[in-house]
Design a protein around this ligand. Structure first.
Ligand code: F6R
Length: 594
């Protein structure tokens, strides 16, 4: 939700800020703007729409060596010029990522100021200006800010007449990049990778003062804090498109590698698996919680953990779970899943569980993210940087992680033995085979892309995969789509099936194979355009217009192949419909607001 970048150094700041903003555009793309210092004065250029629009309207060669920039995902106030960041009030100019919950109250208290925008962020600029007039020292203001602001914020601040950048965060991500030629603030590491891979992580209520050759970080009491300088492990290339037309496609094609990286980290041998997962067997009940795709993958985890671990699993959406009542067992685990590790609702669930004294475990991709730092225990997936707003490779790695948890519990309880490791070892080859020939998924896309509605049918794990596939399709292609438990359709929704309505049925589990096929027949009888994705030849040719076959694998890993077919279908439908695949409308990658 919004990306912020700042640079102060020996080089011109505008090209650096623009390039940083471009790599953060996945966080929001309603408007973009930069504030930059020229001859001790702060100038602002901001534009509604994409960063490309800002780029066309700003002088890249401006003699400015300090500045802050913003790419917006609108929360308070519609996407328009006046609501765009940066916001200037008095001597203070800010960029803000997050939400100020008490901004109305603050606005009333700051009635001496004339506000021009509808944003909560402009109120923060006014508050900082007021406090700065009183305190005369920005560091004192930053140390006090937490006493005034309720909500989440990562702020980049410029003060008129000053050549430094000030930055602070609470519950919104912020890193400080350092390089020989200058220093950066950014919402995420890819924004600085063109210039440096060295960075500091800033924790809640910490703040920093950046000058061209120095960075000083302060703890929440205003005392200088000594931090470890971190090195980003991945390459800049890994965060670039690498010749692919879209990040989504690139990330789909990275799956063989990142899935194997995740697997190798945990099951290089049985001792490693036992060391990493040790203790999970003690839980009587597990609540898996996440949002969107992370919730969907939790549903796959439930089937596998209940089957192989014999532990009851409940799965819930984080925004619901956080406001529900819970009956916890003595040995209860809350397992949160989040690619970004910053999703506001998931983070809130984690904090509430900890407050309630419940053990917490997190499956996370982004190292050092809030959820990773705050959970009792973390199992990192190895998906690498995911840029496309629609998740693909992180989802698959989360699925493999849940599969390995189920496998560990299965081995521990004697339901499985170590020979099961073999099932994981050739996954990259099997996925590569799918990626080598996309003619079947491209032809399904061509069959359905002009339709208004698409239905997905499946039972058990297949149903969970249907939910994810349906989300992927609607998210990137804007086709309306629904996932249904195959046996449920006839309780109402089958009334929507008419001649030519595409129905994509997923059938991979033997015990429900014939049941789901009967449901497919029911929709075929109503004229549906039937696409069946399965792992066994279907003898009755009347039940499909198109059949997609995947190899039959152990159910701990088999659904990965189907997921990838469905990701490709969504991608190709979006492409045929001319959609903005990596940045679908109204979305943002990291959802740091409720
Ligand atoms: C869908 C998608 C979202 C995320 C959700 C949770 O393609 O990407 O549904 O899965 O916003 O995000 P994380 O995993 O970062 O908590």
């Amino acid at each position: 939700m919004c990306g912020i970048v700042g640079y102060v150094g020996k080089d011109k700041c505008i090209p650096r800020i623009l390039s940083g903003l471009e790599s953060l555009e996945y966080r929001g793309y309603d408007s973009a703007g930069i504030a930059y210092v020229v001859n001790n004065l702060v100038k602002i250029t901001k534009k509604q729409g994409r960063i490309s629009n800002l780029k066309e309207n700003i002088n890249i060669d401006e003699e400015s060596y300090v500045g802050i920039g913003h790419t917006r995902w609108a929360t308070h106030g519609k996407p328009c010029q006046v609501n765009s960041h940066p916001h200037r009030v008095g001597k203070v100019t800010i960029v803000h990522n997050g939400i100020i919950e008490n901004y109305e109250t603050l606005k009333n208290e700051l009635s001496d100021y004339d506000f021009v925008s509808e944003t909560d962020s402009e109120v923060v600029a006014a508050l900082v200006d007021k406090l700065y007039k009183e305190e005369k020292d920005v560091k004192h203001v930053l140390a006090k800010l937490k006493d005034y602001l309720i909500g989440s914020y990562a702020l980049g601040i410029l003060i008129e007449g000053d050549d430094k950048i000030y930055a602070i965060r609470k519950d919104s991500p912020l890193i400080i990049g350092v390089s020989e030629n200058g220093n950066f603030i950014a919402s995420d590491v890819p924004a600085i990778l063109e210039y440096t891979n060295l960075y500091y992580l800033i924790l809640n209520n910490e703040f920093a003062v950046l000058s061209k050759d120095d960075v000083v970080i302060y703890d929440e009491n205003g005392q200088i804090s000594t931090k470890n300088l971190l090195t980003f492990e991945g390459s800049r290339e890994a965060a670039m498109k690498n010749g692919y037309e879209h990040y989504m496609l690139k990330e789909i094609y990275e799956q063989p590698k990142v899935i194997m990286d995740t697997i190798k980290e945990y099951i290089s041998d049985v001792d490693t698996l036992k060391e990493k997962m040790n203790g999970l067997e003690k839980y009587e009940e597990i609540d898996i919680v996440g949002c969107g795709s992370a919730y969907h993958v939790g549903l796959v985890g439930k089937s596998l953990i209940e089957k192989y671990g014999h532990i009851r699993v409940n799965v819930d959406i984080a925004s619901e779970y956080r406001y529900s009542d819970h009956i916890y067992k003595d040995n209860h685990l809350v397992l949160v899943i989040s690619q970004s590790g910053e999703t506001a609702d998931t983070l809130a669930v984690l904090r509430k569980a900890k407050e309630d004294g419940i053990d917490t475990l997190a499956i996370v991709n982004v190292v050092g993210s809030s959820i990773a730092r705050e959970a009792d225990k973390v199992l990192y997936i190895k998906a690498g940087v995911e840029i496309a707003v629609a998740t693909t490779k992180a989802y698959s790695c989360q699925l493999i992680m849940l599969s390995m948890i189920a496998m560990y519990l299965g081995i521990n309880s004697g339901r499985l033995d170590e020979s099961i490791f073999e099932e994981y070892k050739s996954l990259d080859k099997l996925i590569n085979d799918i990626l080598d020939d996309t003619s079947d998924t491209e032809s399904v896309a061509a069959m359905i892309y002009k339709n208004k509605d698409v239905f997905y049918l499946g039972r058990k794990i297949d149903y969970a995969i249907c939910m994810e596939s349906s989300l992927k399709l609607k998210e990137v292609s804007y086709l309306h789509s629904e996932a249904y438990a195959a046996g449920e359709l006839k309780h109402g929704t089958i009334s929507l099936i008419e001649s030519g309505t595409p129905v994509i049925s997923i059938i991979t589990e033997d015990d429900i194979r014939l049941k789901t096929l009967s449901n497919v027949k029911e929709v075929c009888a109503r004229g549906a355009l039937s696409i069946v994705i399965t792992n066994e030849e279907v003898l009755d040719k009347d039940v499909y217009d198109k059949l997609i076959l995947v190899p039959k694998l152990h159910d701990l890993v088999g659904s990965i192949l189907v997921v990838i077919k469905c990701q490709l279908i969504a991608y190709y439908v979006a492409k045929l419909n001319g959609c903005d695949i990596d940045k679908p409308r109204n979305l943002a990658k990291s959802v740091t607001v409720e």
